[in-house]
Design a protein around this ligand. Sequence first.
Ligand SMILES: *Cc1c(COP(=O)(O)O)cnc(C)c1O
Length: 384
Amino acid sequence: MNTTMKFGTKVIHAGLVPDTATGAIMTPIYQTSTYVQEGIGEHKGYQYSRTGNPTRSALEANLAALENGKYGACFGSGLAAIDCVIKMLNPGDEVISTNDLYGGSYRLFTTIFAKYGIVFHFVDMMDVKHIEAAVTSNTRLIWVETPTNPMMNIIDIEAVAAIAQKANAMLGVDNTFATPYLQNPLDLGADIVMHSATKYLGGHSDVVMGALVCKDPLLANEMYRIQNSSGAITAPMDSFLVLRGIKTLHLRMQRHCENGEKIARWLQNHPKVDKVYWPGFESHTNHLVAKIQMRGFGGMISFNLKGNDLDDAKKIVSNTHLFALAESLGGVESLIGHPATMTHGSIPKEIREQSGIVDSLIRLSVGVEDAEDLIADLQMAFDA
Ligand SMILES: *Cc1c(COP(=O)(O)O)cnc(C)c1O
């Protein structure tokens, strides 16, 4: 494969070949569990669909190319992909992660893996000195998410990679919010990159899937060994849907970024809005880092209201018509959410408020509709 292809060409061609049996240009949905062997040990590369399936393989190769890696692996959900990474560790090993981690990852670490003797430290990674201070001789993994949810904090991947290398630890980056269109963690020194393909990669809110990409063959062996042994694979139909979604990733992300910027700036000038969290603002704490490691600022925005009143926030989120009140993000349609009662409802009030998740905080996943209509929708909800 031509590795010098540009992004917009890769999304459409990387890893994909016309079907060898029929010439079908679209990768068929190989809805099969097993493959007929010509003789003992004689097969065409596929023996059983937990281990490998041609539709999934095409997607895995495509994703590896998009992240400038060599090996891709797809899982039944984003959390199943993270589960695979943590299963590379042993009891006693330590993980350093960010203190405003995706809630599901936090739950996986603290309620599932902690009881198997893996030790997790959660630090404020906006200042990488906090990571250095948490490193011990048992540190095996540093797990980063940037931009973070819902505060849009930015973590300097290159700086964390230097710390990981010195500590002889692996660096994993959850790249769900940025997507490979905006950010490539492997190029910045990460060892493994993870996606909830449920979000922007799928892009149409019709599938739940996770993915990992890495470059190192030894790490890839571990990844595939765990994928096959634990069995948290994704299905052929879902692989097809994400392959189809990815073909327009660059076009969608361009529009997500344009709409995101228009709405962030409109919100910033709105008399009822207190703060707007969007990494494109020069006033954002780590704006310079975002400018260096990202190629755009994305379509995720959070904001809070003057007076910080819960009822005001509830009124807004329940009075939009185009912005649908729902969890998740990254689809073509715009979504609105209220972190304090929805995605972050299980976190005690004092703790969530320390990280900025106040009662009036509202999160937007800005879709690819016309920005004028989206702004009119928000204006109507503010006036309600
Ligand atoms: C949604 C999400 C996950 C979990 O992915 P699922 O596909 O829902 O399992 C992990 N990290 C981030 C940043 C997410 O947004």
